[in-house]
Write a protein that binds this ligand. Structure first.
Ligand SMILES: Cc1cc2nc3c(=O)[nH]c(=O)nc-3n(C[C@H](O)[C@H](O)[C@H](O)COP(=O)(O)OP(=O)(O)OC[C@H]3O[C@@H](n4cnc5c(N)ncnc54)[C@H](O)[C@@H]3O)c2cc1C
Length: 440
């Protein structure tokens, strides 16, 4: 039987190795640390948590809570380690980072089906392999990926705009239309008077931002300039940029507002909206304070905050198949954050699926796709079915999960989410049962 090569011993690589090894597949896991360190990893341990020690909410009616539940159902190694390393932190799932990484390192290194080799891999292999080299993929591997998918489809920075829960918008203050009427009523438009704009502007340019770490000292490209940086160029710059009102008259008055913030639907069901052009480095509480000054967003609930940071990721909707193989090189699976998901558990989830799929391939078994209703299936839909022209990485949030008409009619949000979560878990259990039926 062929061995499965996995490159990168982070959260995704370790989860993939664990899952494949469960199928009886022999795995060789390459990790470049400690021989070559990244800008942020500090230890030689596998699955080091590079920043926060929180795996986010435990509540199953939140995206992270649901995804963790699914990972547990799938017997995830990362969740086993998290449970062994949990520290008390209210409704958040926090872990002791040393216990967490030690647990994973020891489990992987002592597994009879896994061999760990500490070496940087600089070329994509010519055999079945999983690339899980993460947001800080080494330059040599990044160049090898580029040589397969093309220079312009591997990105090194995220410029993420906040996403708002559609239900939290005050629709009495906004109107639906597209610029110059092109595209129906797709966009939610938040109009501003001159006074409202000036107050918002003053708050924006004085708000507290996250300081860029040295390695993140990026040249700001026009296309991903933080809104506050653009604002500092002059009081009127935003009115000629993302807050441009031309072509967006208020249908009630027929008049063009002084400025307009546009919200673009994040999904077909329009349960979540992206703030167009609002990529930002403002601290999270500041985003809440300042962006809630926008008419219609006074009570906005942020499903995801904006950010700009160092992150290597592929334009997955263009290059990945639904089984996480590269369209250009079908033996190669991509896993973890480099697929365009964001966060520890999301990366783990993409490792889990890649590990299962690659193992089945080696064993000559038929691939079973994760159900669309599940949090895993929703992340895969995001990275493989989004518009490649506007692709941005995402964490897991309820905006990505599908909901039937009946469920959408439920007014109480907690009850509605509970129903969506129940369906997700039910379908996910069926998927895992099918997968387990193949374990040798
Ligand atoms: C500065 C920073 C802060 C972050 N903070 C958070 C946070 O607070 N919360 C959160 O949820 N997420 C955070 N993230 C995202 C987080 O890093 C990822 O979600 C997660 O670690 C990704 O898992 P992964 O397995 O894809 O990559 P990683 O965990 O980074 O693992 C990739 C591994 O591949 C190795 N590697 C790289 N290139 C090669 C090569 N050529 N050959 C062999 N090995 C290689 C690396 O050494 C690394 O061990 C942060 C990311 C960064 C960069």
């Amino acid at each position: 039987m062929k061995e499965l090569i996995i490159i990168g011993g982070g959260l995704a690589g370790c989860e993939a190795a664990w899952q494949a090894a469960r199928f009886g597949v022999k795995v060789v896991l390459f990790e470049m640390r400690p021989n070559r360190m990244t800008e942020v990893h500090k230890t030689p341990m596998l699955s080091e948590l590079v920043c926060s020690n929180s795996l986010r909410s435990k509540e199953v009616i939140t995206g992270p809570g649901l995804l963790k539940k699914e990972l547990e159902v799938a017997d995830s190694l990362i969740m086993k380690a998290a449970n062994a390393a949990e520290v008390s932190a209210g409704s958040a799932f926090a872990v002791d980072r040393n216990i967490f990484s030690k647990f994973i390192t020891q489990t992987i290194e002592s597994h009879p089906n896994i061999r760990v080799i500490r070496k940087e891999i600089i070329d994509i292999p010519d055999t079945i392999a999983i690339i899980a080299t993460g947001p800080l993929t080494s330059n040599a591997m990044a160049n090898s990926i580029k040589s397969v998918i093309g220079d312009e489809h591997l990105y090194f920075y995220d410029a993420i705009a906040p996403i708002i829960d559609a239900e939290s918008i005050d629709y009495s203050k906004v109107y639906l239309s597209s610029r110059y009427g092109k595209g129906g009523d797709d966009y939610v438009n938040c109009p501003m008077t001159r006074d409202e704009y000036n107050q918002f502007y003053d708050a924006l340019i004085e708000a507290d931002t996250v300081s860029a770490k040295d390695f993140e000292d990026l040249k700001v490209f026009e296309g991903c300039m933080p809104i506050e940086v653009m604002g500092k160029r002059g009081r009127n710059t935003l009115i000629f940029g993302p807050l441009k009102p031309v072509g967006l008259p208020d249908p009630l008055t027929g008049k063009t507002p002084y400025a307009v913030v546009q919200l673009r639907p994040e999904n077909r069901q329009k349960t979540a909206y992206n703030m167009v052009g609002f990529q930002t480095r403002l601290k999270w509480p500041e985003q809440k304070r300042v962006f809630r000054m926008i008419p219609g967003l006074e009570n906005a609930e942020f499903l995801r905050f904006g950010s700009i940071h160092r992150n290597t990721f592929i334009n997955s909707p263009r290059h990945l198949n639904a089984d996480l193989t590269l369209k250009e090189k079908n033996d190669i699976y991509i896993a973890g954050q480099i697929t365009g998901v964001e966060g520890y558990i999301e990366s783990t989830a993409m490792g889990l699926i890649a590990g299962i799929n690659a193992a089945k391939r080696i064993l000559g078994k038929e691939i079973v796709y994760p159900p669309r209703e599940s949090a895993h299936g929703s992340l895969i839909a995001h990275i493989t079915e989004s518009d490649p022209e506007n692709f941005q990485p995402s964490n897991i949030n309820f905006g990505l999960l599908p909901a039937g008409e009946e469920v959408l009619k439920i007014r109480d949000k907690r009850v509605r989410r509970q129903r969506i979560a129940e369906t997700a878990i039910k379908q996910w259990r069926k998927y895992i049962d099918k997968i387990l039926a193949f374990i040798i």
